[in-house]
Design a protein around this ligand. Structure first.
Ligand SMILES: Cc1cc2nc3c(=O)[nH]c(=O)nc-3n(C[C@H](O)[C@H](O)[C@H](O)COP(=O)(O)OP(=O)(O)OC[C@H]3O[C@@H](n4cnc5c(N)ncnc54)[C@H](O)[C@@H]3O)c2cc1C
Length: 392
């Protein structure tokens, strides 16, 4: 008996891991509009591929905010330990960094991806690049635009793993939304992004691109330690990304918000070394251990008329965030296929036999490995549900 044909559309991490789990039971074909698979995964590896996080599962699940109940089962079934074992099995041995984040020892994505694609090839999975999914034909066949014109594929079951809408030039641009009914999808919003700030010309010209190391940022009662970077349009980087979802939601609700930066989080206010070495502000800030970009932020606040005493300014420097940066610069996106449009098995209610996984589902999480963990766990869960579907 010939094996059933399964279509997976989207060759990112969610689609690729699903293919791996389905290859034993079906003739698996992966389609992607780009010339090469997993472009975003490759980019993710450029700054150090953060595969998952080592914190306890209950804490990890909280990172998915209100999507946690929908992702819980999938993440429990393919938790961080399983992900690490899977990466190890592909020769990408992992380690836990000081922050609890998990990385492959080589830090990059390319060796892991190469081994992964070789494994998939060995399992008989076929990858079709430059196949741009264009929705369904009247008979339910999948339509693809290719260099040779339109191709139609009839599959026993389909997994959509089309990604979100950040960094659209890497393939996932969210244009698949037009094939869904309006009530099945939530509009995309940037997630893990920077925010626009009305810097003075002086700060913009002198300090754009410079890092603010070992700082803490506070918004809405949550404080995060790490780094940020001054951009000519605003501020971005780790601490900002971690707080970005509640900040974005607050700006949407009520307009620009203020966050505070602690420029010496390792010292209490009373221990700041502010004496001696001359009385100019720049000398005082240098004595207090501030780097030039951190000192420039304090000077900027003073020039803007912020009258707080210096120790307070160093420990709780107010920064007004005007609006989020756009999807094209965001690490990830919020929005996508609503949880109400899929069952617990990730199958679309309105398209029996069609499943969805990865970032195209409506969830978001901070950076820290939670994004790939969510994509890979949902890919595995959707694959298991597809196997059950085939057996029916
Ligand atoms: C700069 C950067 C750094 C990152 N670093 C990390 C990190 O360190 N750790 C982490 O956990 N996450 C990181 N991420 C996020 C992570 O890469 C994504 O969450 C993940 O790749 C999403 O996987 P996915 O399979 O759901 O979608 P994607 O990886 O986006 O794959 C979707 C695929 O679908 C294809 N596609 C879309 N539409 C169509 C169509 N109509 N027809 C055919 N094909 C289509 C696309 O070409 C793409 O190949 C980073 C992201 C960025 C941008």
């Amino acid at each position: 008996m010939s094996r059933p044909l399964l279509a997976i559309i989207g060759a990112g991490p969610a689609g690729l891991i699903a293919a791996e789990h389905l290859a034993a039971v079906a003739d698996v074909h992966i389609f992607d509009r780009m010339a090469a698979p997993a472009r975003k995964f490759m980019l993710a590896g450029r700054g150090g591929l953060n595969l998952t996080h080592s914190e306890p599962l209950d804490r990890l699940l909280l990172r998915y905010r209100n999507a946690a109940p929908s992702l819980r089962e999938a993440i429990r079934a393919f938790p961080p330990e399983a992900l690490r074992a899977w990466a190890d099995g592909l020769g990408a041995e992992t380690f836990v960094g000081t922050s609890g984040r998990v990385f492959p020892k080589v830090m990059k994505a390319s060796p892991l991806l190469r081994a992964w694609l070789t494994r998939l090839g060995g399992l008989g999975v076929t990858l079709h690049t430059r196949h741009d999914w264009a929705g369904w034909a009247e008979d339910g066949a999948l339509r693809f635009n290719t260099a040779d014109g339109e191709k139609r594929v009839t599959a026993r079951a389909t997994l959509l793993a089309l990604g979100g809408a950040s960094w659209p030039r890497l393939g996932a641009d969210g244009s698949w939304m037009r094939f869904f009914d309006a009530d099945e999808v939530a509009p995309f919003q940037p997630s893990n992004m920077g925010f626009h700030v009305a810097w003075s010309d002086h700060l913009r010209n002198r300090f754009a691109g410079q890092p603010l190391k070992r700082i803490a940022a506070t918004f809405g009662g949550q404080t995060v330690r790490g780094e940020a970077t001054i951009a000519d349009w605003g501020i971005e980087g780790g601490v900002i990304y971690t707080l970005s979802a509640p900040i974005r939601d607050a700006i949407t609700a009520t307009g620009p918000v203020e966050i505070t930066l602690d420029l010496r989080p390792d010292l209490p206010e009373s221990a700041l070394p502010l004496g001696g070495g001359g009385k100019s502000l720049s000398n005082l800030l240098r004595n207090a251990g501030l780097t030039p970009p951190a000192a420039a932020l304090v000077q900027e606040a003073r020039h803007a008329g912020v009258t707080l005493p210096l120790p307070k300014l160093i420990k709780a420097l107010p920064i007004r965030l005007e609006r989020p940066a756009g999807l094209e610069r965001a690490i990830s996106s919020a929005g996508g296929v609503r949880w109400g449009a899929v069952g617990r098995n990730f199958m679309l209610h309105r398209h029996p036999g069609v499943f969805a996984a990865g970032e195209m589902l409506d969830w978001e999480a901070p950076t820290g490995g939670y994004l790939l963990q969510g994509c890979l766990s949902s890919g595995v869960a959707a694959a298991e549900a597809m196997r059950n579907w085939l057996e029916q």
